[in-house]
Design a protein around this ligand. Structure first.
Ligand SMILES: Nc1ncnc2c1ncn2[C@@H]1O[C@H](COP(=O)(O)OP(=O)(O)O)[C@@H](O)[C@H]1O
Ligand SMILES: Cc1ncc(COP(=O)(O)OP(=O)(O)O)c(N)n1
Length: 545
């Protein structure tokens, strides 16, 4: 039994709206999603802003914010809260009162006061109220300017000054502080978790190979270094980082790995921000703004945007995709004459001899699928199928073929595989050698599926009444096509192969679909060969190259 999937962190952003989508709740929701969380948002303020600056702020009544917060917490268990722009003292007190009642396990407060553009986002009267809110948080994430406001100092101009102010803030608020070097000059953009609170929140930090420095007075710093990324797309970095940390703190259970992963994600988003080409319309010289980071750069490039098909959809796609091959098989003189009983016996026995040769290696490829299978049930299924294929080969030698004195089959062990058999086996053996399980089981599938389908239709009168007559010359052989045990095995093979493909990456899924079709084409060539010995296989038999 597989372990239950870890629960998705439910993360609430209490923040302002940025209609340009780069900061505020818009950035928070993207960041929470990109880091594996379920995002929610209670809006504190509506701003009119773009990548060049803030044009206006509208603050809805604080009572309505309280209504939003209560509506969420009355119904939903909140794992983490990220607090961003709090537009005035009423709003701040409303959030403080709500936090007093509902204290989610993780609270990250990004004390938004000054945007990258330099605009003040919080009026001066609100700063005292904000100071009262600080101790209710677990982590504060001020930028250089905000750190200065909160510590009543001039903005630091170097990293040492930032760390000193962060230590002061941590001591005063009793919380962890993330000191951020984003606004410093120079080639580096370091951050540091600072815990001067004495609550020992960073005691497991050393486990995560971060640089841990013991400083005097026992404050603890965990530094995260990194080169500054050359980009203008820095709008909303603070919002995005704090939301990512809140989300990852829930899933990782520790601050240091949460910050390290959030930074790694943000740095990737920063590197790709300019590719979004958001902002700059009508900007005069020197008025270019700061575009947003690309929150989904990694997800889109690695995970793709394609919605994965279900196994049932893969099944329909694959079967529908070989409709032409199936029609071709139905029309083959070999199948038609096998069905009506007029097939030349020499051709029939030649076909059986090739089938025996085919089954010998098909069994080996089935065994390889068993070796690669990701779970015991599939492993057992392919192993059992390999055994069935070998038994099938042996039965052919002791049954129809042994009873025959046809020159086509005498000494069948020495008989060579014809071109159709060789080409089919080459395809299967090469696919097995590549070692991609989902592709391999797709390649194995047509041999199950096409035979079972033919058997069902032969038995249901789809090729006329002849195959149903007891005196049909190949009645015993046709009965093997309708074996109920084989039909059950075919259903299981379809389930396993289509399920594997539905879970695979789009690239692997495309290779599996191609391998499936190629095998189906080889089935057609295999059925065609007994009555078309001289025909080159590539002419009119193999449908694709
Ligand atoms: N050019 C950059 N290169 C790398 N990291 C950056 C850059 N600009 C900002 N950061 C990072 O973005 C995060 C937010 O920092 P900062 O810009 O200082 O905060 P805010 O957005 O609140 O003003 C920090 O982790 C900081 O190190
Ligand atoms: C609605 C709103 N909230 C916050 C900010 C500032 O966000 P931040 O992430 O600090 O971004 P920059 O300062 O780096 O732009 C905002 N602009 N709007």
């Amino acid at each position: 039994m597989s372990a239950p999937a870890p629960r998705v962190p439910r993360v609430l952003s209490i923040a302002g709206s940025d209609p340009s989508g780069g900061a505020g709740i818009q950035a928070d929701l993207k960041s929470i999603s990109a880091n594996g969380g379920y995002g929610m948002a209670a809006i504190t303020a509506i701003t009119a802003q773009n990548t060049r600056g803030v044009h206006g702020v509208h603050v809805p009544p604080a009572a309505f914010l309280a209504e939003q917060l209560d509506a969420i917490s009355d119904d939903i268990a909140i794992d983490a809260v990220k607090i961003g722009m709090l537009a005035n003292a009423d709003v701040i007190r409303t959030v403080a009162a709500w936090l007093g009642r509902v204290r989610p396990p993780v609270v990250v407060l990004d004390p938004v006061m000054v945007a990258t553009s330099g605009d003040r986002l919080l009026d001066a009267d609100s700063e005292a109220a904000l100071r009262d809110l600080l101790p209710l948080a677990d982590l504060l994430t001020p930028n250089v300017a905000e750190l200065a406001v909160l510590t009543g100092a001039e903005p630091a101009t170097g990293w040492a000054g930032v760390l000193a102010q962060a230590e002061t803030l941590s001591t005063g608020s009793g919380t962890l502080v993330l000191a951020k070097g984003g606004h410093l000059a120079g080639d580096l953009a370091p951050d540091a978790l600072v815990d001067a609170s004495g609550r020992g929140r960073l005691t497991t930090a050393a486990l995560f190979a971060a640089v841990v420095k013991e400083a005097e007075g026992n404050p603890r710093f965990v530094e995260f270094g990194g080169a500054r990324i050359e980009t203008t797309a820095t709008h909303g970095t603070g919002c995005s980082l704090s939301s990512a940390i809140a989300t990852l703190r829930v899933s990782r259970g520790e601050w240091v790995p949460a910050v390290r992963e959030a930074r790694r994600w943000l740095r990737e988003a920063l590197r790709h921000g300019e590719s979004l080409e958001v902002g700059g319309l009508g900007a005069g010289p020197g008025r270019a703004g700061h575009g947003p980071v690309h929150h989904f750069a990694g997800l889109w490039s690695r995970g793709g945007l394609e919605t994965a098909p279900t196994a049932a959809e893969v099944e329909a796609d694959w079967w529908g995709g070989i409709a032409d091959v199936r029609a071709g098989i139905d029309d083959l003189p070999f199948i038609r004459s096998l069905a009506d009983g007029t097939l030349d016996r020499g051709a029939f026995l030649g076909y059986l001899a090739q089938d025996a040769l085919y089954l010998r290696d098909y069994a080996r490829v089935l065994a390889e699928a068993s070796r690669l299978a990701p779970d015991a049930s599939a492993q057992a299924f392919w192993a059992e199928s390999a055994r069935g294929a070998i038994e099938g080969e042996l039965e052919l030698h002791t049954g129809e073929l042994a009873a025959s004195d046809s020159p086509a089959t005498s000494g069948v062990r020495d008989l060579e595989a014809d071109r159709a058999t060789t080409a089919y086996l080459d395809h299967l053996l090469a696919t097995a050698a590549r070692g991609e399980y989902s592709v391999l089981v797709a390649a194995l599938l047509p041999c199950f599926w096409i035979y079972t389908d033919l058997g069902a239709r032969l038995g249901a009168g789809g090729f006329g009444d002849a195959p149903l007559r007891a005196d049909h010359p190949y009645a015993a052989w046709l009965a093997t096509y309708r074996d109920p045990a084989f039909a059950i095995a075919t259903r299981r093979a379809i389930e396993i192969a289509t399920d594997a493909s539905s879970r695979a990456t789009p690239e692997v899924r495309a290779r599996a679909a191609q391998a499936f079709r190629r095998s189906a084409e080889h089935e057609l060539a295999f059925f065609a060969a007994p009555l078309a010995e001289a025909a080159p296989l590539t002419e009119g038999v193999l449908l694709s190259s």
